[in-house]
Write a new protein. Structure first.
Ligand code: COA
Length: 268
């Protein structure tokens, strides 16, 4: 496979941004702090998503962390010291990286290579797919600091794994291994550490070949399932489904099927 490698047009202090064909990999690059999310990382993460939102050449985004120890070990705890309630509220709401991922109009995959804790777990939860290495571990250990998850942990985790398991993780703060995370539905798959990048890229590339229009509609529709009642969700699904019929990609997809060839989608 020929790969075009390009770095970002902007430069980031805490992130590495690499485009590989239609996939963009964003790597949180603070290994000496186990890739903990400080204010700068959150701000840069939201900014890189702004950069990628309308970039036609990018179909899928992958988040990961530098090194083999941590995906993201949570919020940068050093920044908590001395912070007031109002400042902390501003940090979480001013420009939420997690919400930016959640509402990003293209699929986002978390490639989880180690500790995935606190805000790291919340970032993974905001992604559309979570692929974990066998050596990854997961937890919402905020309770040990006298606080609770504040980046969606109580909401997205509960929707994903159910109230019982979410409550257990959040009240005990205990760390679970990748296989347990898989068994409770927290991650989509667990792969050997040596295969993590290859498997993730394989899945990301496969998704990136699909129609960007259909991917966007699909993401929006699936997310409605946990955010609306069934009648409203079904109604909006029909609207989003019908909207696909206004795209050139739908014409191309149907034509290619009938002509027994691979479709070439343009995102139009
Ligand atoms: N915030 C800030 N710094 C962090 C951090 C975090 N969430 N997690 C790790 N670090 C820093 C450590 O303070 C240490 O810095 P130092 O070298 O300047 O002392 C460095 O990263 C390495 O951490 P260390 O604990 O020595 O690594 P480890 O491999 O033995 O353990 C963890 C890794 C992730 C288990 C452990 O660091 C940890 O429990 N971190 C906090 C996790 C957490 O509570 N997250 C939720 C925050 S709300």
């Amino acid at each position: 496979m020929s790969q075009s490698l390009e770095s970002s047009s902007q430069s980031y202090e805490t992130l590495l941004v690499e485009r590989r064909e239609r996939v963009c990999i964003i790597t949180i690059n603070r290994p000496e702090k186990r890739n903990a999310l400080n204010i700068k990382t959150r701000e840069e993460g939201a900014r890189v998503l702004d950069e990628l939102r309308d970039e036609e050449g990018v179909g899928v985004v992958v988040f990961t962390g530098t090194g083999d120890k941590a995906f993201i070990a949570g919020a940068d705890i050093a920044e908590f010291a001395g912070r007031t309630a109002l400042t902390q509220r501003d940090v979480m709401t001013a420009r939420s990286l997690f919400n930016a991922i959640d509402t990003f109009p293209k699929p986002v995959i978390a490639m989880i290579n180690g500790y995935c804790l606190g805000g790291g777990c919340e970032l993974a939860l905001a992604c559309d797919l979570r692929i974990a290495s066998e050596t990854a571990s997961f937890g919402q250990p905020e309770i040990n600091l006298g606080i609770i998850p504040g980046g969606g942990g109580t909401q997205r985790l509960t929707r994903l794994v159910g109230e019982g398991k979410a409550m257990e993780m959040i009240l005990t703060g205990e760390i679970i291994n990748a296989h347990t995370a898989y068994n409770i539905g927290l991650v989509n798959m667990v792969v050997p550490a040596a295969d993590l990048e290859a498997r993730t890229m394989e899945i990301a590339n496969r998704i990136a070949e699909k129609s960007p229009v259909a991917l966007r509609m699909a993401k929006e529709a699936v997310k409605l399932a946990s955010r609306s009642n069934l009648d409203e969700g079904l109604r909006r699904e029909v609207d989003l489904f019908a909207l696909c019929f206004s795209s050139e990609d739908k014409d191309e997809g149907v034509k290619a099927f009938l002509e027994k060839r691979k479709p070439v989608f343009k995102g139009k």
